[in-house]
Design a protein around this ligand. Sequence first.
Ligand code: SAM
Length: 398
Amino acid sequence: LEDITLKEGEAEILVSNRNVFYNPVQEFNRDLSVAVLMIYAKTRNKEVSKNGLMKQDGITILEALSATGLRSIRYAKEVQGIKQIVANDISAKAVESIKRNIEHNGIEHLIKPSHEDATLLMYQSRRERFDVVDLDPYGCPTIFLDGAVQCVSDGGLLIVTATDMAVLAGNCPETCYLKYGAISLKSKACHEIALRILLQNIASHAARYGRYIIPVLSVSADFYIRVFVKVFSSQIKCKENTINIGMVYQCTGCESLNTQPLCVRKPSGIYKITPSPCVDQLCKVCKHKQLAGGPIWLGALHDQEFVSTLLCHLNIMTLKTMKRIQGVLNVIHEELDIPLYYTLDRLMSVVKCHTPSMVMFRSALLNAGYNVSYSHANKTSIKTDAPNEVIWDIVRTW
Ligand code: SAM
C-alpha cells in the first residue's frame, strides 16, 4: 500500500496500513490534550524544581495505547518541557508505524517506542513513575486503570478517554456495572453521569493504593468522554474523598434527580455511612418511585483555577480546533459545581407544556434567588442549586 501523509498540528504521520488506528475526528481530543499538557508541563516543572524533588529537565509521559504515535509526536513537538515520552502499543504493526513516524518527524531523542501489553508495562513502571499517563483505548478504559493509577507519579496527571457511551449513558446498566462498578441511568444528564461514573471508577482504583484524585478537567464531546485528573498519595485524603462518592436517584414519574453521598463527615472528623438511601423514599415532587444509579463522583468535575489559566493561555497556542476548545472551556468555566442538570425541553415535555425561552426560564430561577448555569455536555441544560420543588413550581407557572 502507498503511504498517505497526514498533517495534524505540528506532526506529520505516514499512514499506509489500514490495520493501524487513525481517527481524524479525534483532532479536537488531541488538540485539547496538547493545550492541557502545555499548561501542566509548565507548572509541573516549576513545582518540581521548587520542591527540589528531582532535576528540572522536563516531564515524562506514557502514551500506553499509541496506535500510529500521532498523539505522542504532537506532544513532543508542541509541548515545551518534555523529557521523554514512551509511545506504546501491543500491536506489532502499530509499533512499526510508531517507529516510522518518530523517524519521519525527527524526534528520536524525545520518543521511545515500546511494544508491550500496556498493563504489563504500567506494572513494570510502578517504581519509575511517569508524570503523565495517557489512556486512549477503544471503548472502555477500566481494565487499564489498576496499572495506570500505580505508575503515575505523585501530583502526576492521568488522562483517560472512554468511548463506550451506550454503556455509560444508560443503555446497558448491567454492563456498566460489570465494567465500571456503577449502574448507569437513562437520563437527559447521561453525559455528565458518564463523566461521574468514570471518575468514581478511577477514584476507587486509586484508593486501593492509598491514592486519591483531583479532577482537573472533565469533558464530554461527540461520541466520547475524556477526563484529566491529578493523582496524589495520602491515606487521609483518600478517606476524605469518600464524601465525593454517592448514589444518584431518578424519579420514574417526573425524572427529578437527587444525589446522596455514601459517607458524610461528622464534626469530629469521622466519616459515617449515610443511613436510609433515598431509593426507599418516594419522589418528593410527584410521589413516584425512584431508580437508583451509581455510585458516581459527586465532587468537582474541574479545577477552575486550571481552566482559567488554560483559557488565558489559549491565544498563544495555534490549534486547528481552537474555536471549539475556547467555546467548550468558556462554558466549563461558568459551570456551577453542582452535580447533574435538567434539560428545558424535557422538563416541559414531562408536563406537556409549551417550552419557554431559555433566557426566561433562567431568569425565573435567578429571580427566585438561585444560581443557574449551562453544562458543556448539553446545549439545553439547566444546572442549578434550586431544589427540585422550586424548579417544578417554575415549570408549572408556564
Ligand atoms: N491514542 C491513539 C490516537 O490518538 O490516535 C489511538 C489509540 S487506538 C484507539 C487504541 C490502540 O490500543 C490500538 O492501536 C490497539 O492496538 C492498542 N491496544 C489495545 N489493547 C492494548 C494493550 N493491552 N496494550 C497496548 N496497546 C493496546
